[in-house]
Ligand binder design. Structure first.
Ligand code: PLP
Length: 382
C-alpha cells in the first residue's frame, strides 16, 4: 500500500463541497434528483441507480484495491449475490470448502435449486483443484486467510490455474482489507468485502462491496446492482467512508496486538494450538509472508480442556465481548462450534478441524497490555 493511496483515502472527498465549502463531504439522503428539463437529467436521478455519497465511497474503495470501479452493496452477502448474477443457469462455481458460512449457505441453496452448480474444494490441494478446473467452472472463489483456522491460499497460483480454463477469480478480502492484501495485483478479477468488518470498523453498519479489475466487468456489476436492487444506503455509505479514513491506523495497531497475543498464547500450557499466519509454525506462514503486507488481527486457538475450559475462560474475560462478526475497534471472542459454524454437522466440523475447544479472537484497538492481562487472568481461572 503506497503512502499516496493512504493519504488519498484519508482525504477522499474532503473540501469537495462547492456550495458551502464543508470540509467533510455532505450526506445526500435524497431518494430522487430533479431533472433539468424534459429529456435532460443531471448526473443522478434515483438513489438505487446512483448516489453521490455512495459513489464517493465506491471510488475510494476502488482506489484502495487498485481496481477499475467498485459497487457498494447493502451487505457482504448482497455483494456475493451480485457476483452470482453474472452467471448463467447451470454454470459451475468452485468455492473453498471452508468459506464463510453465509456464502456457503447461499451457494449450496442455489445449487440445490439447480440454478448453478457448485463444487467445494480444498484449494491447498492443487491436484484436487486442477481436477475440478477441468470441468470448466465460470467462477473460482478464494477466501484467504480462512475462517476460523486462518488457512492461507496462494492467490497468484490459483488465479493462474483458473485463467488457463477462462474462469474468473473472486477473492473475499474481508479478513485483511486492502491495507494488508491486494488480490487484483495478484491476478484476481474481483475483490469482495463485507465492509461490516474492517472497512467500516466500528461495528455499526452492515455493508459490502465488489471491486472489478476491468471496466467491462465493472459495467456489468453496476448494471446488475441497479437491476437487482442490491445497492447500499447513503447513510451507511457515509458512515463507512468515515470509518474507512482510519483503516490503516486501526489495522496496524490491531495487528501489532494480535501478534503479541498469538505469541503469548503459544507459550501457554493450557493452549493446545494457536492459528495465526504470523507464527513461523503456521502452515501457511511462507505464502502469507509473500502475498500479504501483514499478518492481520484475527487468530484462533484451541484450549486443551475442551468445552469446559472454553466456558470458564470466556466467562472470565473482561476486555473481549462474546459475539459474532469481526474487524471492529472492540475486541471479540467467538466460539465457532456453537456460533459461526453451528449450522455444520459435528462430523463436518471435525473434518474441517473445528474442535469444541477452539476460540476465535478479533483483536481491537484497546491497549495491548490490557488485552494480554485479561487473557492471562482468564486462563488462570480454567
Ligand atoms: C461477514 C462476512 C461476509 C458476509 O458479510 P455480511 O456483511 O455479514 O453480509 C462474507 N465474507 C466474510 C469473510 C465475512 O467475514
Amino acid at each position: 500500500m503506497s503512502s499516496q493511496l493512504i493519504t488519498n483515502c484519508v482525504r477522499s472527498g474532503i473540501e469537495s463541497d462547492l456550495q458551502h465549502g464543508s470540509v467533510i463531504p455532505p450526506l445526500y439522503l435524497s431518494a430522487n434528483y430533479a431533472f433539468e428539463e424534459i429529456g435532460k437529467k443531471r448526473e443522478y436521478d434515483y438513489t438505487r441507480s446512483g448516489n453521490p455519497t455512495r459513489n464517493l465511497l465506491a471510488e475510494t474503495l476502488s482506489q484502495l484495491e487498485g481496481g477499475k470501479g467498485a459497487v457498494v452493496t447493502s451487505s457482504g452477502l448482497s455483494s456475493v449475490t451480485l457476483l452470482l448474477q453474472l452467471l448463467r443457469q447451470g454454470d459451475l462455481v468452485v468455492a473453498p470448502h471452508d468459506c464463510y458460512g453465509g456464502t456457503w449457505r447461499l451457494l449450496n441453496a442455489l445449487s440445490q435449486k439447480e440454478q448453478i452448480k457448485v463444487i467445494f474444494v480444498n484449494q491447498n490441494n492443487l491436484e484436487e483443484l486442477k481436477k475440478v478446473l477441468e470441468l470448466k467452472p465460470k467462477q473460482v472463489w478464494i477466501e484467504t486467510p480462512s475462517n476460523p483456522l486462518l488457512r492461507i491460499v496462494d492467490i497468484e497460483k490459483v488465479c493462474e490455474l483458473a485463467h488457463q480454463v477462462s474462469a474468473q477469480v473472486i477473492v473475499d478480502n474481508t479478513f485483511l482489507s486492502p491495507i494488508l492484501q491486494s488480490p487484483l495485483k495478484l491476478g484476481a478479477d474481483f475483490v469482495l468485502h463485507s465492509t461490516t468488518k474492517y472497512l467500516n470498523g466500528h461495528s455499526d453498519v452492515v455493508g459490502g462491496c465488489v471491486i472489478a479489475n476491468s471496466n467491462k466487468d465493472f459495467e456489468s456489476l453496476s448494471w446488475w446492482a441497479n437491476a437487482s436492487g442490491l445497492t447500499g444506503a447513503p447513510f451507511d455509505s457515509w458512515l463507512t467512508l468515515r470509518g474507512l479514513r482510519t483503516l490503516e491506523v486501526r489495522i496496524k495497531r490491531q495487528q501489532e496486538s494480535a501478534f503479541k497475543v498469538a505469541e503469548f498464547l503459544s507459550e501457554q500450557k493450557k493452549v493446545k494450538n494457536v492459528f495465526y499466519p504470523g507464527l513461523s509454525t503456521h502452515e501457511g506462514h511462507h505464502i502469507a509472508k509473500n502475498q500479504q503486507k501483514g499478518f492481520g488481527a484475527m487468530l484462533s486457538f484451541e484450549l486443551s480442556g475442551g468445552i469446559c475450559a472454553v466456558k470458564n475462560f470466556v466467562a472470565n474475560l473482561k476486555c473481549f465481548s462474546l459475539a459474532e462478526s469481526l474487524g471492529g475497534i472492540e475486541s471479540l471472542v467467538a466460539h465457532p462450534a456453537t456460533m459461526t459454524h453451528a449450522s455444520m454437522t459435528e462430523e463436518a466440523r471435525k473434518t474441517a478441524g473445528i474442535q469444541d475447544g477452539l476460540l476465535r479472537l478479533s483483536i481491537g484497538i484497546e491497549e495491548k497490555e490490557d488485552l494480554l492481562c485479561d487473557i492471562k487472568n482468564a486462563l488462570a481461572q480454567i
